[in-house]
Design a protein around this ligand. Structure first.
Ligand SMILES: Cc1cc2nc3c(=O)[nH]c(=O)nc-3n(C[C@H](O)[C@H](O)[C@H](O)COP(=O)(O)O)c2cc1C
Length: 166
């Protein structure tokens, strides 16, 4: 199982979380890709894609993801596994909290990826944004409104991911 991380980040928050996830998953620096600099073809090297985006506008992808996601979805993803993560702010944007995770999840699952890393959310005030699907969050939602839980959430999510990918 070879995993690569692809992330888009405007102010660096999702980039930092990408580093933390990489550390916890044992993924090296060469396998962490900023989508503003990467090619969708870089994804071909991996069995598992860990895809991260912050949410901007009102529930939109981080800017660098728009063209990248479109091209990635057309690049032949069948047979790969994928997980999503990203940063948002449940206090200022409760209705669109971390919606970008759902946009990416829907796009790559529609392109043939098997999704992993969904979980029952605990300790979040908001569960009615699109990040929530069938009572679960589609991926790791990091909340700017409560960063004290970041380390614990990353630890729990990556442990779960490791067992799902084992
Ligand atoms: C103009 C603006 C719009 C935003 N829209 C959303 C949103 O719809 N949903 C959300 O969860 N967070 C939203 N956020 C919060 C960002 O996602 C949050 O600041 C995040 O940590 C940025 O991560 P980055 O540095 O990786 O880009 C918004 C922030 C700004 C400034």
């Amino acid at each position: 199982m070879k995993a690569g991380i692809f992330y888009g980040s405007t102010t660096g928050n999702t980039a930092n979380i990408a580093e933390e996830i990489a550390k916890a998953m044992g993924i090296g620096a060469a396998d962490i890709h900023d989508v503003s600099k990467a090619s969708p073809d870089d994804a071909k090297a991996y069995d598992t894609l860990i895809l991260g985006s912050s949410t901007w506008g009102a529930g939109e992808l981080q800017d660098d993801w728009f063209n990248f996601l479109d091209a990635l979805s057309k690049s032949g993803l069948k047979g790969k596994k994928a997980a999503v993560f990203g940063c948002g702010d449940s206090s200022s944007f409760p209705d669109t909290f971390c919606d970008a995770l759902r946009i990416i999840s829907d796009a790559v699952s529609g392109a043939g990826c098997e999704m992993v890393g969904a979980y029952e959310p605990e300790g979040y005030d908001v569960t009615d944004s699109n990040v929530c699907k069938d009572g679960k969050f589609v991926g790791l939602a990091i909340d700017e409104a409560d960063t004290s839980k970041n380390a614990e959430r990353i630890e729990k999510w990556t442990s779960r991911l490791k067992s799902e990918l084992a």
